[in-house]
Ligand binder design. Structure first.
Ligand code: MN
Length: 273
């Protein structure tokens, strides 16, 4: 049994092959998993839970529902594109929304989960925009508009963002190493998993004199990308930690850390399709 992590699928009607790949992933691979974590930007954009009833979203809602109904817990974190996923989405799919950041215990190791956009602290213009649209007043104003009006607003923002992105240096749009260190130190972890930057990699680096890891999930543009984590600590006979993965919230402290087993999660980035 494995725990799966994905992000940045950017599902939209413009890339039906990726939607089909994801639906297949939900029906097959994910059914065998212990849990599935979706760390933001599942959708290209999400303009309010009322769109879940639109025909183009139906197969995705049903696909997620099928997986949770089969007993696989699915945890969904907001990304910058779908931060309006709300209780209506959670109810219709059976997914559980988790805050950014979230600390989990993964086979005995404390692991910090983030979308990743808040780590890009050099992108000051983006962070300003983020602050604006996450303001409850802005959200109320936005959700009060018709679907057509909301789509038009999102398209405008996309055009502005595309123009801005084209002129930003690539390093501006990557994570800031000091922001990474600070987040990991704050939560006392040596493994961070995030998406957003679309630069899949497993970085190993020194944090406070100890080995630390930052796993970056890949996007689902040309193919799928999944991080597969298994317990691979032979000291307990190869079995996984009895507690298994458990979301404990951003402010909580994950329990069940096994002494001497902090390196017990073996995680592999795989491509799909
Ligand atoms: Mn993102």
């Amino acid at each position: 049994m494995s725990t799966l992590f994905i992000s940045d699928l950017h599902l939209s009607t413009e890339r039906p092959a990726i939607t089909a790949l994801f639906l297949d992933f939900l029906r097959a691979r994910a059914r065998q998993a212990e849990a599935l974590y979706i760390l933001g930007d599942l959708f290209e954009y999400w303009i309010g839970d009322d769109v879940a009833t639109l025909p183009e979203y139906r197969p995705l809602i049903d696909g997620l529902r099928g997986l949770t109904a089969a007993g696989v817990p699915v945890y969904v974190m907001h990304g910058n594109r779908d931060f309006l996923l709300g209780d209506g989405f959670a109810q219709q799919t059976g997914c559980r929304l988790i805050p950014d950041p979230t600390l989990i215990s993964l086979y005995g190791e404390n692991v910090l989960l983030m979308h990743g956009d808040t780590l890009c602290t050099d992108d000051v213009a983006y962070l300003k925009f983020r602050e604006m649209v996450r303001n409850p007043d802005w959200v109320r104003m936005f959700l009060g508009k018709t679907i057509a009006e909301r789509v038009a607003i999102v398209r405008d923002y996309r055009e502005i963002s595309k123009t801005a992105t084209a002129t930003k240096k690539p390093e501006i749009m990557d994570v800031n190493p000091r922001a990474v260190d600070a987040a990991m130190q704050q939560h006392g972890v040596r493994h961070l998993i995030h998406g957003h930057t679309h630069r899949p990699a497993q970085h190993v680096f020194a944090l406070d004199g100890q080995s630390a890891r930052r796993t970056v999930l890949g996007d689902w543009y040309d193919q799928g990308s999944v991080l597969v984590c298994d317990a691979h600590d032979s000291r307990d006979g190869g079995g996984r930690a009895a507690s298994g993965p458990a979301a404990v919230g951003s402010a909580g402290v994950a329990g069940g850390r096994t002494p001497g087993a902090t390196d017990a999660s073996g995680c592999v980035l795989e491509s799909l399709g």
